[in-house]
Ligand binder design. Structure first.
Ligand code: PLP
Length: 386
């Protein structure tokens, strides 16, 4: 390997949200990696910083060009420049677009368990969450299309937020599934927003399908993308909403502007362009490393904690662990493990759906740290069961 993912970088006392924990605690919760970003990205940031003048910035052409090139070469999707709207994060974009595209009291369909902040974006805006629970059978999740159509046909449903690939289940949606979602949304006049922030974090040998590439019925939609998850630059606050339809785009852009989430800081767009343009080799090595970490976790859990079940999945670095055999309340299980071992995991309950018997563990760390986390998980579960 050309790049180093084994060195443990001390992130304490760096104002890290993830690492703001007690001495001896090990945080494996929020989706933030413990690796330094691609050196090419750091170099570009240092070069910009050395200029020393940090006035207001515009979004440079390189930002748009890098997205167009990356999606064409890596994901087989032709994006037009005018479709791309800069925004300061995927969550700011979602919150803003929910407010612009739906009305107070409307319902927004979410496939649960799902990234918990979607609930906040919807409910803080006075809209209602309508759950389309994912089916869970034999350790795998799938979409219940019959239930989805019944939820989309509710007269109050005006929007659906898709997570592609899905956090926390790690599912990669197929082209056929995406096309069917597009057909149903069109049929029932529901605007689809596809959050594709995890798209570059597929396992070695796997790739994702952009919603926009799944057919003509998928074009009247919003896709949110960012380099932030794959390159670990979430703190730079940079994302894009890709919106082919001009009328929907105008509406969304009015929202992004009036919510003041459409202007970049002077490092954001540069870092994103550099990541997409020059970070390919680093990203491939990262994906191989993460795939190996996930296999290690699966092996250790199968050998030492056979009562837990790891959900079968091929995207994201998040392990979604079925703990139904040992606990029926993930909040108290997660709190117990943290108190007794210092391991800080996400409780599945916050993702709703059937999440309350699951824990989410972030495996994006050096292997030695992962092994420490798995050891603590083993000790925590053993003590809990006693
Ligand atoms: C599905 C999903 N969307 C959005 C975000 C956050 O996006 P941003 O930091 O760009 O607001 C996350 C972070 O974990 C996520 O998992």
């Amino acid at each position: 390997m050309k790049y180093d993912f084994d060195t443990v970088i001390n992130r304490r006392n760096t104002d890290s949200l993830k690492w703001n924990v007690g001495a001896g605690e090990l945080p494996m919760w929020v989706a933030d990696m413990d690796f330094a970003t691609a050196p090419e990205v750091t170099k570009a940031i240092i070069k910009r910083a050395e200029h020393g003048v940090f006035g207001y910035s515009e979004v440079p052409d390189e930002f748009y060009d890098s997205i167009i090139k990356r999606w064409k070469t890596a994901h087989g999707l032709a994006i037009k420049k005018e479709w791309i709207c800069f925004c300061t994060g995927v969550v700011p974009a979602i919150s803003s677009i929910v407010k612009r595209v739906t009305n107070h009291g409307d319902k927004v369909v979410l496939q649960t368990p799902v990234y918990d902040i979607f609930f906040h974006s919807v409910e803080n805006a006075g809209r209602q969450v309508l759950e389309n629970p994912l089916r869970y059978e034999n350790g795998r999740y799938s979409i219940d299309f019959e239930d989805l159509e019944s939820k989309l046909s509710d007269p109050l449903s005006t929007m659906m937020i898709l997570c592609n690939p899905h956090n926390p289940t790690g599912n990669i949606h197929t082209r056929e599934q995406l096309a069917e979602i597009g057909r149903l949304c069109n049929k029932h006049g529901v605007t689809l927003l596809s959050d594709e922030i995890h798209c570059d974090l597929t396992d070695d040998g796997y790739s994702y399908v952009p919603y926009l590439s799944a057919g003509s019925e998928c074009l009247n939609s919003v896709t949110c993308i960012s380099a932030s998850k794959a390159f670990n630059i979430a703190g730079l606050q940079c994302a894009a909403a890709v919106i082919p339809d001009a009328a929907l785009r105008n509406k969304a852009v009015r929202g992004l502007n009036s919510d003041e989430v459409a202007e970049p800081n002077c490092f954001a767009a540069i870092a994103t362009a550099e990541a997409f343009n020059k970070g390919g080799e680093w990203l491939n090595e990262l994906r191989a490393y993460l795939t190996r970490n996930k296999k290690t976790a699966a092996r250790v859990i199968a050998e030492k904690l056979p009562m837990l079940k790891l959900t079968e999945q091929h995207a994201t670095y998040l392990l979604w662990i079925d703990c139904a055999a040992v606990a029926d309340d993930s909040d108290s299980l997660a709190a117990f493990i943290r108190k007794h071992t210092g391991l800080y995991l996400s409780s599945g309950a916050q993702y709703r759906g059937n999440g309350k018997t699951f824990l989410r563990m972030n495996a994006a760390c050096p292997e030695s740290v992962l092994l420490d986390g798995l050891d603590r998980l083993y000790n925590g579960i053993k003590s809990y069961v006693k």
